[in-house]
Design a binder for this molecule. Sequence first.
Ligand code: UD1
Length: 357
Amino acid sequence: MRVVSIVGARPQFVKLAPVAKAFAAAGIDHKIIHTGQHYDVNMSDSFFIELGIPAPDLHLGVGGGSHGVMTGRMLEQLDPVLEEMDPDWVLVYGDTNSTIAGTLSAVKMHLPVAHLEAGLRSFNRRMPEEHNRVLTDHAADLCLAPTEVAMKHLADEGLASRSILVGDVMTDVCMQVRDSVLAKPRPVPGVAEGEKYILATIHRADNTDEQDRLEHILDALGSLDRKVVLPVHPRLRVRAKTDGITIARGNLETIDPLAYPDMVNAVIHADGVITDSGGLQKEAFLLRTVCTTVRTETEWTETVDNGWNILDPDAEHLAATAVRPAPVGDPGHPYGDGHAAAKVAEVLLAAKTPDRD
Ligand code: UD1
């Protein structure tokens, strides 16, 4: 059986890593298409190298541009490529422009599509990712859900018959990398040995693209009572440059984007995490570091239910929440047992590919 994975943005490389391993173990003929949405070495290549992902079979080189232009250019290039690769399944990941482009190209060519990380919802229609994930779930033939909550959302939208709970593949990779990082200690960039710090990331359009809001968030981070290290995502870098904003201020210090093992290491040793990233909220939960999320809602509601994550949409309470006692009690395993990728391979091998003719 041949599966073509379509990826393009940083969080998708993380999800691809355990999937590529599981597919190799299951004897699946696996091809990887990289759209090029993320193209900086530390946003893309470093993930393939550090996580041992096979090099993409094809790189479309489509990075930058407005969402429509980016998605359209991907679509244009994907059609002939998918025709030639002729997969049994096209596998798309998460909620980026690369996800929706891969999905649209495949369904229009009558190729079966499976969506990994299906059923996540923020119910915030301002987010480009929300449209990408809803449209992808409804176009896909198979919705591979990470959590029970995601399964419920799919059922609520009439998609139960095509949905399967596989668990969260990001948990697979997070747990594996945690073990290797703990076995071989490494420094945290920008932090002296033994120094206390908070790890922060801010990249969502809603937080970066309006100058006053961005300044307010950066001020809040800079005024915390200890060092705050912030790996600068390209979106933030671009916006700060355009608006003439200096990111570092007060206790806030910037560093370059981190390779995945360095990020896991930085989360493990931080006193707290402040973020607007979906993946990082969950990683903080899995690595047992308290998290504050600068958003009005989260798709990963289990992190909030357990008290490990607190939403602070306007960054008004960071002084009280950023570093706080860890919640007591066992939060359980809402994201699966770390073997979701093997389940994905099993499900795809067992699934009858839908007849579209
Ligand atoms: C994208 C995803 C978002 C995901 C995020 C993770 C969509 C709609 N959004 O947002 O869901 O959480 O990736 O990182 O797909 N840039 C570079 N170098 C790079 C990558 C981007 O300079 O390697 C620049 C782009 O040219 C652009 C900006 O950074 O100016 C934003 O990149 P873009 O891919 O548009 O979206 P993200 O904000 O990264």
